[in-house]
Design a binder for this molecule. Structure first.
Ligand SMILES: C[S@@+](CC[C@H](N)C(=O)[O-])C[C@H]1O[C@@H](n2cnc3c(N)ncnc32)[C@H](O)[C@@H]1O
Length: 250
């Protein structure tokens, strides 16, 4: 059982038994020590040790999952830009994509005319400035929105005819916590189906302005105005400075 046999007539208060791994059985380290003056025999069960160990591992895993979940929004933020017309709004669509990237969106889709130039600009921007932002052309945007809704995503359509953003933003922030979010911006006249499919038609003020500003403000408000999205793996990083342009090149 161990180094030392039981010690019934010893005067010492505690008998300490040393034992090596393979000799131990599931019942414990030490048999009871009836002859001792003070009963201080500690029965350590191997089973309870194993239980304690697995409990600690479980707590550790739960903690890890919690940290990952809290620090990373696992739900995607997607932007859909309708009806791109290269002859008219080449730079506007590019700017919608750039603003969405900078202010926290994960992916950008555009419909209308398929324009490889926009995809090239954004891919280059990602290479230089980092992040995992995705851009893709979508040929059937209405089907895209329907599919998104089928998967229980939350859909917001930005339009000057909608409800005031300031009246809805807190509800949207709560609802999006456990949902993917799609924000739609128009180009030319937006067909009525989009108004009906949207969970929210949201106005950034009820005056006509631009899809770039509408998107920028919506994303700013969604993110509580933090402007702190982190972009990893870029070639260029800016060192903010009061007076000079400072960058680090990787
Ligand atoms: C230049 S506007 C054209 C609007 C278009 N004539 C229409 O009837 O929807 C292009 C897009 O910018 C966005 N936009 C413009 N003004 C907005 C506003 N006040 N609030 C929210 N979005 C706006 C909308 O997404 C709109 O579809």
């Amino acid at each position: 059982m161990g180094f030392e046999p039981t010690t019934p007539r010893l005067r010492v208060l505690c008998s300490t038994k040393l034992s090596y791994g393979p000799v131990l059985n599931l019942e414990g380290f030490e048999p009871s020590t009836p002859g001792l003056k003070v009963p201080c025999s500690t029965k350590l069960s191997y089973r309870s040790l194993l239980l304690l160990k697995s409990l600690l591992v479980e707590i550790y895993i739960i903690k890890l999952v919690y940290i990952i979940f809290m620090t990373q929004n696992i739900y995607k933020l997607t932007i859909l830009r309708l009806d791109h017309r290269p002859y008219r709004d080449k730079r506007i669509t590019t700017h919608c994509a750039l603003v969405s990237r900078a202010f926290g969106a994960d992916e950008f889709y555009f419909s209308g005319v398929e324009d490889a130039g926009i995809i090239t600009v954004i891919t280059k921007t990602n290479e230089n400035w980092g992040g995992n932002y995705q851009i893709e052309y979508v040929s059937d945007p209405l089907l895209f929105v329907k599919e998104f809704k089928k998967r229980k995503g939350l859909v917001i359509h930005l339009t000057m005819y909608g409800l005031s953003v300031m009246d809805c933003i807190e509800n949207i922030k709560i609802e999006r916590k456990n949902k993917n979010l799609l924000i739609i911006v128009g180009g030319s006249k937006v067909p009525p189906e989009y108004y009906q499919l949207a969970d929210y038609n949201i106005a950034i003020g009820n005056q006509p302005h631009s899809e770039v500003s509408a998107l920028g403000l919506m994303l700013y408000l969604l993110d509580n105005g933090s402007l702190t999205k982190n972009f990893t793996n870029g070639k260029i990083k800016i060192i903010p400075d009061k007076q000079f342009k400072k960058i680090i090149r990787n």
